[in-house]
Design a protein around this ligand. Sequence first.
Ligand SMILES: [Zn+2]
Ligand SMILES: [Zn+2]
Length: 337
Amino acid sequence: MRALVWTAVGRMEIKDVPKPIPQPGWVVMRVKYTGVCGSDIGGFLGKNELRRPPLIMGHEFTGIVEEAGPGVPKEYIGRLFTVNPIIGCGHCRYCRSGLKNLCVMRKIIGIDYPGAYAEYVAVPVDNLYPVSDPVKGALAEPLATSLRAVRLSGVSLGDSVLVIGAGPVGSLAIKLLNIGGIKDITAIDINANRLEWARRWGASKTLSTTGEEALKTIRELYPEGFDAVIDAVGSTDTRRLAINTVRRGGRVVFVGLHDNETSIPGNLIVRGEIEIKGSFSYTDEDFRRAVNIIESGLLDPREGWVDIRPLEKGQETFTELAGTETKYVKIMLTPGE
Ligand SMILES: [Zn+2]
Ligand SMILES: [Zn+2]
């Protein structure tokens, strides 16, 4: 089968690789659409310690089940599904309490197993979620990531929220906040196209500055600070900005993973009793809710924020997304429509 393989830092190549064979409890799907994730871009650039080449990445996808492994009912064959790509061990304290995103033994399709930038992908049947639209369904995974960050921010009606970074995770967080009735949303990004989508999706204010300049503007607009701040970037600059702009007793959610180590104003956290919460991927419950929101028709990719390209455009797509100019919130690759 054809697959887009990440062969070295900065290099994506179309290769002919063996088609997967379904193991017991697994299925093989014919891939429809696979979203390109910021974490894949981090891998491509050699900045993600979990990913090692050669690797078929791709963990945001839909496909049609074509083969069922031993123990899987044949009824699955021919149906369209999206996939939760996280596979927990099933036995540890985290898996047992519904937090398989924290499982130490967890494996991820597209990182530990071959992913969906290919004609076919193998996945456990337990990770399938039926969907009605192959493009919308491929948005369930990034939406679930944003949904967890929004849930952990603890916001409620009437709160003010700052979202730093209007890439897929930040933009979808804005959309979810808006759906949830939060109207006082400020978005920061250096990409003007993405700020435009942030505005359309519910950001009442947008800022295209960073660092000290952004801090100065925010202090004028929100002298007390925001009730909650979601940092969907994760650099030293943005983590500091988040802590410096949240109100005393407010909550900061770190969901971006740009820099491994960053320095943060510790005494401000102590004196302001600021809560800081990490948010990593999603639980099964977050994923279920994300699928439910998509099936409710609350996201419309036909608005023009999703671009669909053939797998063969992998190299140029990854290069485009590694820059700051892209016009799209999400780009998807397909092995053939
Ligand atoms: Zn992702
Ligand atoms: Zn586990």
